[in-house]
Design a protein around this ligand. Sequence first.
Ligand SMILES: Nc1ncnc2c1ncn2[C@@H]1O[C@H](COP(=O)(O)OP(=O)(O)OP(=O)(O)O)[C@@H](O)[C@H]1O
Ligand SMILES: [Mg+2]
Length: 332
Amino acid sequence: MDRAIVVDHLVRDFVVTEKESGLKGTFSSIFSPKKKAVHALKSISFSIQPGELVGFIGPNGAGKTTTMKSLSGLLYPTAGFVQVLGFDPWDRKNEFLKQIAFVMGQKSQLWWDLPAIDTFELNKAIYEIPDRQYEETLNELTDLLDAKKYLNIQVRRLSLGQRMRVELIAALLHKPKILFLDEPTIGLDVVAQARMRDFIYDYNRKYEATILLTSHDMDDLVNLARRVIVINEGKIIFDGLLDELTNRFAKEKIIKATLSDEKNIADIEKIGKVKKLAFPEVILTVPRSAVALAASELLQNFPVEDLTIEEESIEDIIRRVFKGEGVKTKLF
Ligand SMILES: Nc1ncnc2c1ncn2[C@@H]1O[C@H](COP(=O)(O)OP(=O)(O)OP(=O)(O)O)[C@@H](O)[C@H]1O
Ligand SMILES: [Mg+2]
């Protein structure tokens, strides 16, 4: 099979009932409800090769979760075509379900009042995992996530980071080939986040699993995904290498300087956009094409002790892409 995931002109609308404010609104919404269509996915297309790890990013409400639900067969498309490992996800065939996992950082699939190991046993039965394989995979995942001490504790007593580790074991016991990870690092502290990232990286390598990952954390993307798909208001506005995205959208460079004298310091704004001016430190942003000129003007006209030139942060770049500049500059 050449492509693990194929999405072709996928459309998904939701019909929502609008309620006017106040009691009157409540009555009229009961007796004559006003329906409104939400166009969550407006004909999106992309495909993913087996073994790829792709970052799927976009602002709140862009359509990421809706796409993942459509790919795992939880939502039926309004129009368009979706195929995952050659299956129509909507059929939810056992053979299909045995090869995928859908992990949502904000939703638990574990029983809260029982220790995680009980949910694992249930999943073993559901996915018909043979005893030997179950033991092996459980040990392997437990080691990878360093989670042995949490398996026998009632889930509700675990911290978020501890729970996410057992959550992943539950989702991956059947060794799925395709992972839909919807904000798996949300709410985790930096240590837990790094552990989760390492795990995703290793799982992708070790099992040649295909992974579609959403995250609002740019560090996740920088560390994990070479390719990113950017979605905004139900449309894909970029699909390509993360490097290419940042190169194309990084318009400015940041000049940081330390001065030895405050004289004429206000004139510095003639050189670039002042981000910070707190003697002895000055931070300016300048267009990429003007950086050499700006740096030399600074050196010639001001008592510079130290000077560095940096790239814009990836957060700033992505924020600009989300604002829709990607659409205007025609990325395809
Ligand atoms: N079950 C539903 N009923 C009605 N509207 C829905 C439903 N699910 C999603 N939507 C709407 O579809 C759009 C896309 O939602 P979706 O959850 O896919 O966004 P998202 O990209 O995952 O956002 P976030 O980053 O906040 O998780 C939103 O406008 C949302 O309100
Ligand atoms: Mg979402």
